[in-house]
Ligand binder design. Structure first.
Ligand code: PRP
Ligand code: URA
Ligand code: MG
Length: 215
C-alpha cells in the first residue's frame, strides 16, 4: 500500500554527484572508511541545499581593484544536531560548510523488536532556541527517532528545524510531517518502503554500524 506524504515539504537532493555517491554507499561491498567518507560528502551537498534560503545582508569590501558591495550571512546562527550514533557521520561535512555552527547531540537508539526510539543522551547549545537547527541522521525509517528528536527540540523553543537525512522511507516522511507540520525535510533519496524489521528497502543497511564498523 502506498504511503502519502506532502512532497512540497520534502526536498530531494538528487544532483548527479549525489546519486553516484549514494549508489556506492548502498553497495554492501563498500567498506567502513569509504562509507564514512561518503556520508560526510553527502552531508555537504545536503547542507548546501538546506541553507539555500539563509538571509544575507550587504557588506562593503575593498577588492584589489575597488570598493564593492558584497553579501554576508545575516541574522540567526545555526546549530547542527546529530541523532547519535549515525548522525555523527554527517557532522564534519556540515562543519566544513558552516564552521561557526554549534553542535548539539541527541542520543537515541531504536529498540530492535518494537522499533520504538529510546533517548539516552541530550546536550544542546544554551541558546539553541535562537538558532536554526539542522537535525541530522542518515536514516529516516519509521520516523520514530526523528519525531522524538523534533519534539525535544520544539520543547526547547527551536522554531526553525531542517531535518537532513540521506535515505528516507515514505513511512518516515509521513510520520514526521504528521507530527510536525513545520519541519523541512531534505533527503538524497526516497526509497520504496520498509521491510518486516523496519529497515529501509533497498536502503543501505544499518548506517550506524556501517559508519563505525560495528557490524
Ligand atoms: O526512523 P526510525 O525507525 O526511528 O529509524 C531510524 C533510526 O535508526 C537508526 O539508529 P539506530 O537505532 O540504529 O542507532 P545507531 O545510530 O546508534 O546505530 C538511524 O540512525 C536512525 O536514528
Ligand atoms: O534501514 C535502516 C533503518 C533504521 N536504521 C538504519 O540504520 N537503517
Ligand atoms: Mg544503527
Amino acid at each position: 500500500m502506498s504511503v502519502s506524504y506532502d512532497p512540497a515539504r520534502v526536498t530531494v537532493v538528487d544532483h548527479p554527484l549525489v546519486q553516484h555517491k549514494l549508489s556506492i554507499l548502498r553497495d554492501e561491498k563498500t567498506g567502513t572508511k569509504q562509507f564514512r567518507d561518503l556520508v560526510s560528502e553527502l552531508a555537504v551537498f545536503e547542507g548546501y541545499e538546506a541553507t539555500r534560503d539563509l538571509p544575507l545582508e550587504d557588506v562593503q569590501v575593498t577588492t584589489p581593484i575597488r570598493e564593492a558591495t558584497c553579501k554576508q550571512l545575516a541574522g540567526r546562527k545555526l546549530a547542527i544536531v546529530p541523532i547519535l550514533r549515525a548522525g555523527l557521520g554527517m557532522v564534519d561535512g556540515l562543519l566544513e560548510l558552516i564552521p561557526a555552527a554549534r553542535v548539539g547531540h541527541i542520543g537515541m537508539y531504536r529498540d530492535e523488536v518494537t522499533h520504538e526510539p529510546h533517548e539516552y543522551y541530550c546536550k544542546l547549545p544554551q541558546d539553541v532556541d535562537e538558532r536554526i537547527c539542522l537535525l541530522v541522521d542518515p536514516m529516516l525509517a519509521t520516523g520514530g527517532s526523528a519525531t522524538a528528536a523534533l519534539e525535544y527540540l520544539r520543547k526547547q523553543g527551536v522554531s526553525d528545524i531542517r531535518l537532513l537525512c540521506i535515505v528516507a522511507a515514505p513511512e518516515g516522511i509521513k510520520a514526521v510531517q504528521d507530527a510536525d507540520p513545520n519541519v523541512k525535510i531534505f533527503a538524497c533519496a526516497i526509497d520504496e518502503g520498509l521491510n518486516e524489521n523496519a529497515y529501509i528497502v533497498p536502503g543501505l543497511g544499518d548506517a550506524g554500524d556501517r559508519i563505525f564498523g560495528t557490524l
